[in-house]
Write a protein that binds this ligand. Structure first.
Ligand code: ADE
Length: 251
């Protein structure tokens, strides 16, 4: 089967950078969303801004699968670090996704996905490995090639790549209390964001391989909001473009 890669991004500007990689573009609008269909190199791709939060991302992921027949789905965006040692600029690729705000107790256990009998959804191992190789290649060449020397200095970037659990919920986490609460209940989680686990649930139900790639933009504490906007413009956009470009090149 010819591959047709769905690429979702959590920030509009971030996904604009990825759209710029596409050739032979056609734009399709559905449900206040813009899907850009085209090719990166020789690979068919459909790129869209997921919009923020679990419901919005669920709608966009479902449309990508149902209307555009994507064979794989890659989600790219930023996240707040939960695990000790993670720094702004590091990259986390998902092993498993969990919804930290899902709680249907006492009917089922905390975090369990209703009627799916599980708490975690695994990302696709091949796609996750491929994304990991792509990021490693880029980091070996040097982060300055992705973002420029100035951003490296400004954000003190010396990025490392991690694989692990990612938690999603309909909240921007920016307090130590909330951060610690999530970590105490889900101690293996590396970072927190607002869409990945919803997209994972969609992909599980449709049997679509997926992976989630997140750049750490903040530490999900009281500094989170201040750092965020600047980081998106100066770092995350360039990371997304480079990472998606490299993944597709390796397909
Ligand atoms: N995305 C980036 N940083 C985040 C945070 N601190 N909480 C939720 N989503 C995020």
């Amino acid at each position: 089967m010819t591959r047709n890669i769905g690429i979702l991004g959590a920030m509009a500007q971030e996904i604009d950078e990825v759209k710029a990689l596409l050739t032979e573009k056609t734009i399709v609008k559905i449900a206040n969303r813009e899907f850009v269909v085209g090719k990166i190199g020789n690979v068919r791709c459909v790129v869209a801004f997921s919009k923020w939060g679990k419901v919005a991302a669920t709608i966009t992921a479902t449309l990508l699968i149902q209307e555009f027949d994507v064979t794989d789905l890659i989600f790219i965006g930023t996240a707040g670090a939960l695990a000790d040692g993670l720094k702004v600029g590091d990259i986390v690729i998902s092993k498993r996704l969990v919804q930290h705000d899902l709680d249907a107790r006492p009917i089922i256990s905390r975090f369990e996905l209703p009627l799916l009998n599980r708490i975690y959804v695994d990302s696709d191992s091949d796609l996750t490995e491929l994304a990991g190789k792509a990021v490693s290649n880029l980091l070996e060449k040097g982060v300055e090639n992705m973002v420029g020397e100035e951003a490296v200095k400004e954000f003190n970037l010396s990025p490392k790549l991690y694989f692990g659990d990612i938690a999603s919920g309909d909240q921007f986490i920016n307090s130590i209390e909330k951060r610690d609460e999530i970590l105490s209940l889900l101690p293996d989680v590396l970072c927190v964001e607002m869409e990945g686990a919803a997209v994972a649930q969609v992909c599980l139900e449709f049997n679509t391989p997926f992976t989630v790639i997140r750049t750490i933009s903040d530490t999900a504490d009281h500094n989170a909001r201040v750092d965020f906007g600047k980081f998106i413009v100066e770092v995350a956009n360039a990371y997304s473009r480079a990472i998606i470009g490299e993944i597709v090149r390796m397909l």
